[in-house]
Design a protein around this ligand. Structure first.
Ligand code: NAP
Length: 301
């Protein structure tokens, strides 16, 4: 049995358009209505045809929905909640795909008093944005973390779990605070480090930009992929997961200082021990199917 029959997606960028495409691929009879704040995005989505309907206001997008999925930057969740409040059917479940969960849960609870809200985060994405960037298989074999509030109706959590499983994801249920801490180290900090390294290289005076680009295969280009991620989305992630990111950043700075000392005092054993430990983590990621083991990340040469 299908968990929902009328799904509304607000925000039709990479993730929203991937959810819409995945729903139409996995559950073709489900009616998908989309809405995006940008008129040119709505026009493009009409041309691409992965939504049954594209609404011109957030209210009309949700008017007969049984599931509403908010796929906008995390800083916009509260205002979108307010924009759909008057038209949201009483029995609809509201969810989202935001990369941080505590602040989104608070913003949605304040904007939609009395509504059934089950926040979620599919841990899948690319560095691209917009409706052309999405694809139906994005969530296959990836984790989707649900962070239901303590009083969430069990049937609603189960329905959302089934929904994400139908899209190919494995579902985990987690406390929102714990989610924010885990993702701070596995996603948010790596993005911050990539933004820093690419920014530092760009600021160097004694190394030219053309040299940075020419010799980027030395490791730099893999950071540039992450550092090309959507600026608005990531601005909002850092502003909305401040505490967890700052805590992880503090630990990271201490570990970086320890590495600095190991290099300064030629402690090769310390460096080698750390590098061996980290190589094993990469192997576990490949073994668990979260990446493939093609050399050089599967690049064609
Ligand atoms: P995206 O490609 O930039 O798409 C976001 C879309 O939402 C844009 O078209 C944007 O329009 C629109 N939007 C912004 N504010 C809106 C509003 N108030 N009402 C309606 N539409 C609005 O970004 P994305 O990568 O899909 O990210 C969407 C969400 O998914 C974020 O919360 C992010 O944290 C989460 N997420 C992202 C990834 C990833 O790897 N990208 C992974 C997991 C979760 P504009 O053109 O005006 O900005």
């Amino acid at each position: 049995m299908l968990p929902f029959s009328r799904v509304s997606i607000i925000g039709l960028g990479l993730i929203g358009s991937s959810v819409a495409r995945a729903v139409k691929a996995a559950m073709p009879s489900v009616r998908v209505t989309g809405y995006d704040a940008e008129a040119h995005v709505r026009e493009r989505v009409r041309d691409l045809g992965f939504c049954d309907d594209v609404a011109d206001t957030p209210g009309t997008a949700v008017i007969d929905a049984d599931l509403v999925v908010l796929c906008v930057p995390v800083g916009a969740m509260g205002s979108v909640g307010e924009a759909i409040r008057d038209d949201l059917p009483a029995e609809a479940i509201v969810s989202d795909v935001g990369s941080s969960k505590q602040s989104v849960a608070e913003a949605l609870a304040a904007a939609l008093p009395g509504a059934t809200i089950i926040p979620a985060h599919p841990v899948a994405g690319t560095e691209n944005s917009g409706p052309d960037a999405g694809f139906a298989t994005l969530f296959q074999g990836r984790w989707c973390i649900l962070t239901p509030p303590a009083d969430a109706p069990e049937a609603a959590v189960e329905a959302l779990q089934t929904f994400w499983q139908r899209l190919g994801a494995d579902v985990e249920i987690m406390d929102a605070r714990h989610h924010d801490l885990v993702l701070a180290v596995t996603s948010h900090l790596p993005h911050l480090i990539a933004y820093t390294i690419v920014g530092t290289a760009d600021d160097l005076e004694e190394v030219t930009q053309s040299e940075v680009i020419k010799y980027s295969a030395g490791g730099f280009r893999d950071f540039t992929r992450i550092a090309a991620s959507d600026p608005v989305m990531w601005r909002d992630v850092f502003l909305n997961n401040k505490d967890a990111v700052l805590e992880m950043l503090q630990r990271f700075s201490e570990d970086l200082t320890a590495l600095q000392r190991a290099i300064r005092y030629s402690k090769g054993d310390e460096l080698e021990a750390l590098f061996s430990r980290t190589r094993a983590i990469r192997r576990s990621i490949v073994e668990q199917g979260q990446d493939d083991d093609a050399p050089d990340f599967g690049r064609k040469h």
